[in-house]
Design a protein around this ligand. Structure first.
Ligand SMILES: Nc1ncnc2c1ncn2[C@@H]1O[C@H](COP(=O)(O)OP(=O)(O)OP(=O)(O)O)[C@@H](O)[C@H]1O
Length: 241
């Protein structure tokens, strides 16, 4: 089989990545190619969101647009599903168009949002305010808003955390059908191996430093290869009152 010629998308190289004085990831050196589907794995707090933010910022600096589906979704609860999704493209239209559309949606815009909502099963909810939706429905709205941005590259921070495994698989499939390249933080190892071409695994090395512990094609990985990213539960006591 002939291999597609690699087409570089981004090279992120940082000695340290973190927040203020806290170093989250050391010696970071990540290359991304167009067409890759990258799953970011790692225990809670390993630095998936931190890495995604750094990737977003580096892509922004080099002028590469990316659809973004954040972990906290960033939806406006009081506004309708339609308006929340429409906001994904606010920067692509004039302020006047945006204002008029807020007051009275234009049929063409309504239709364009409906096209994105239909396969996600939320077209019937477009008039409902987001505060009246379930967690899984909100997650679909956040995905729809990212899809509506119409970019080739999708960045998602746990975009399928609030839905059941079957729906998660369908949503990832749908995201991939609309984006040539993706980088997605996940907690579902199985999804990473079945829906992505590459896994970047974050965790702590033997000195307790946060690092990329694993960076491999999913074809070369077995489920047990990912166990090193999740320290035994017994060594991570839960802080329960
Ligand atoms: N804005 C922030 N300011 C200071 N520290 C932060 C900030 N955001 C995250 N951190 C810290 O950075 C570390 C990595 O957090 P991050 O959110 O990147 O992990 P994660 O792998 O995405 O976790 P989760 O799976 O729970 O979402 C954690 O110790 C966290 O407390």
């Amino acid at each position: 089989m002939t291999q597609a010629t690699p087409s570089p998308l981004l090279h992120l190289s940082r000695h340290h990545l973190g927040h203020g004085a806290e170093v989250v990831l050391r010696d970071l050196d990540v290359h991304l190619e167009h067409g890759e589907r990258v799953a970011l794995l790692g225990a809670s707090g390993a630095g998936k969101s931190t890495l995604l933010e750094a990737l977003r910022s580096a892509l922004h600096e080099q002028g590469t647009p990316a659809a973004w589906c954040p972990q906290r979704q960033g939806l406006v609860p009081q506004l309708s599903v339609y308006h929340n999704i429409f906001m994904g493209r606010l920067d692509q239209q004039s302020s006047l168009t945006n204002l008029l559309n807020l007051l009275r949606p234009r049929p063409a815009h309504w239709q364009a949002v409906a096209v994105v909502c239909e396969p996600l099963g939320i077209a019937g909810l477009m008039e409902r305010s987001v505060e009246a939706l379930s967690g899984g429905q909100r997650q679909r709205v956040a995905i729809a808003r990212a899809l509506y941005q119409g970019h080739d590259l999708f960045l998602g921070d746990e975009p399928v955390a609030s839905v059941d495994p079957h729906q998660a698989s369908q949503l990832i499939h749908w995201i991939h059908s609309r984006h040539a390249t993706s980088v997605v933080a996940l907690h579902q190892k199985e999804l990473a191996l079945t829906h992505f071409t590459r896994v970047i695994g974050l965790g702590k090395d033997e000195n307790g430093n946060g690092k990329v512990l694993l960076d491999a094609n999913t074809d070369d990985l077995k489920p047990q290869d990912l166990d090193c990213l999740y320290p035994a539960a017994s060594s991570e006591p839960l802080d329960v009152d």
